[in-house]
Design a protein around this ligand. Structure first.
Ligand code: PEP
Ligand code: MG
Length: 581
């Protein structure tokens, strides 16, 4: 039903979008079964062929409009689907079922999809087994056309005034939608720390997640205004509301212009202490943003995005080239995190990880996966080491939970170094190897790990998830997400203190580092190196330049000594007003 609708959710990427609703059909649609009269069969076969042709046209359209600088893997992912659309095991088999069973095209397609999935699941080869998801993606695309939903990730009619509304959007789809220049998105599920949300922030797409029933409350083509910071949207807004959102959009623009002037100013506190501000990057285009805000380097390069939206893994040369591009595009050290796949970051069809486990966040992800699949890990380490000959590279290991993982990884890096020496290839002999501190066990044993790591980086997204036992992508438990929980603050503090004790530099690259609500708190706890998405750098810098460290220190100690939530809140408020504004 059309009409004025107020929507509330979790604002995960700020910015104002003003435009029209474009609903994506979810994967949860019902496929109807209809018995056909004999005379209707040939028309039904034609309807299926036309839908298949339309799906091909959509994909070709997307493929042609991919910008030049898009990773090659996105194009090859689309090529795979185009090939499948031409495959006779899909096309002929469906028309056979339509004719033989006298059933409608959607139903026939559903049956053939089930047949193919069953065959793929029988396969021993994990890679071939994983092609099953490609079949499903292609089938969903045709089904959407047949069901007249036709709401695939199609670029044709999208623009910066399009606000996409969906049940959920994968990180890979955010990349595709961004290339189509959408204005913003709303999803019914998801949390602020999901990689979908992180990507939206780094791409600057205003977004709200966890808006239950959004698809029911909004109609395609409805006018909509969205505030990604407040987590609010209004469907069919009245004139006054439109004016208010336009005003907010203007104010946000003015604020950004004011921040621009800080680009070349140092991140120094009022009492003269220099703070290092680094960037988190995911996609090649992020390097330009990092450069644009004058970041001192890259504190987190999430390399798993190199593996997404493609049917195969990037080989050593491709990775080497990707790392080299970042080194050449950004000044300062480049901290490259080794592959962190698993949980909400799946490569196309679970190619590498195999079947989805019951508890993916606690399963074979990140360093666990790499140590299990040494061949996969070695390719990346070789590429990383070779790239280190061209600029200051640091290797960062994700999800370290014990000393053994750190030592085994370091031993493997030494082994790869020796291999490169034997081949006469150049690399940085002193390349630093650091550990992410994002599992409570790592923070609790930071004193031990510090003796074997060249640096630490605190990953608060996972640290909070694992400390408070809340799935970071589940909006139902989002209310428990609390970076100020005394347990979280203590683990952060323990990590920083261990770094200071063993002279191991400590950075923070979780979302907390780029959130200005926590900047002074983190300074008070002793953090001196922050890594965040480029769009936050200037705002954090502004706050640092208005802070006096000597005033913050005492409050930091009090924060650690108290476990009373109310007292913590009072101290945080005190920190927030500790400097002129
Ligand atoms: C983190 O966990 O805080 C982090 C930076 O890593 P990711 O968000 O990629 O898991
Ligand atoms: Mg993490």
């Amino acid at each position: 039903m059309a009409g004025h609708a107020l929507l509330h959710g979790i604002g995960v990427s700020r910015g104002i979008a003003i435009g029209r609703v474009h609903k994506l059909l979810g994967d949860d649609f019902d496929v109807p079964e209809r018995k056909l009269a004999a005379s209707a069969i040939e028309d039904e076969c034609e309807r299926f062929t036309a839908a298949r042709q339309k799906a091909k046209m959509q994909l070709r359209n997307i493929r042609e409009r991919i910008p030049q600088d898009t990773p090659r893997e996105i194009a090859s992912f689309i090529d795979t689907h185009l090939l499948m659309l031409d495959d006779r095991t899909l096309s002929d088999a469906v028309t056979d079922i339509i004719r033989h069973d006298q059933r409608n095209a959607e139903w026939a397609l559903k049956l053939q999809c089930q047949n193919l999935v069953a065959v793929f699941e029988e396969m021993d080869d994990a890679y071939l087994r994983s092609r099953r998801d490609d079949v499903e993606h292609v089938v969903v695309r045709i089904q959407r056309i047949l069901l007249k939903g036709d709401k695939s990730l199609d670029v044709t009619e999208q623009s910066e005034t399009t606000v996409v509304v969906a049940d959920d959007i994968t990180p890979a789809d955010v990349i595709l939608l961004n290339q189509q220049g959408i204005g913003g998105f709303i999803t019914e599920y998801g949390g602020p720390l999901s990689h979908t949300a992180i990507l939206a922030r780094s791409l600057g797409i205003p977004a709200i997640v966890g808006v239950h029933n959004a698809r029911r409350q909004l109609n395609d083509g409805d006018d909509i205004v969205l505030d990604g910071q407040r987590g609010e949207a209004i469907g069919t807004p009245n004139a006054e509301e439109c004016k208010e959102y336009q005003q907010r959009q203007l104010e946000a623009q003015r604020f950004r212009q004011m921040l621009e002037q800080l680009r070349d100013k140092p991140a120094v506190t009022l009492d003269g202490e220099e703070i290092e501000l680094l960037c988190n990057i995911e996609l090649p285009a992020d390097t330009a943003h990092a450069h644009g805000v004058g970041a001192a380097g890259v504190g987190l390069y999430r390399t798993e995005f190199l593996y997404m939206n493609r049917p195969d893994s990037p080989d050593e040369d491709e990775q080497y080239q990707a790392y080299l591009n970042v080194i050449q595009a950004v000044n300062g050290p480049i901290t490259i995190r080794t592959l962190d796949l698993g949980a909400d970051k799946q490569v196309d069809s679970g190619r590498i990880q195999g079947p989805t486990p019951n508890n993916p966040a606690l399963g074979l992800r990140a360093i666990r996966l790499c140590l299990k699949d040494e061949d996969l890990f070695r390719v990346q380490l070789r590429a990383l080491l070779r790239a280190s000959a061209h600029g200051p590279v640091r290797i960062m290991l994700p999800m370290i939970s014990n000393l053994d993982e750190l030592l085994r990884s370091r031993a493997l890096i030494e082994d790869v170094k020796q291999e490169l020496r034997n081949e006469g290839r150049a690399f940085d002999e002193n390349l630093p190897v650091g550990a992410m501190i994002e599992v409570p066990a790592a923070a609790l044993t930071a004193n031990l790990l510090a003796q074997h790591a060249d640096f630490f980086s605190i990953g608060t997204n996972d640290l909070i998830q694992y400390t408070l036992a809340i799935d970071r992508v589940d909006d139902e438990v989002n209310y428990l997400y609390d970076p100020l929980h005394p347990a979280v603050l203590n683990l952060i503090y323990m990590t920083i203190a261990a770094g200071q004790r063993y002279q191991v530099p400590v950075s923070m690259c979780g979302e907390m580092a780029g959130d200005t609500r926590y900047t002074r708190l983190l300074l008070a706890l002793g953090l001196r190196e922050f890594s965040m998405h480029p769009s936050s750098v200037l705002e954090v810098k502004k706050l640092i330049r208005e802070s006096t460290l000597s005033e913050l220190r005492a409050t930091g100690q009090m924060l650690i000594d108290t476990h009373e939530p109310d007292e913590v809140q009072a101290l945080i408020t005190q920190l927030a007003s500790a400097a002129p504004d």
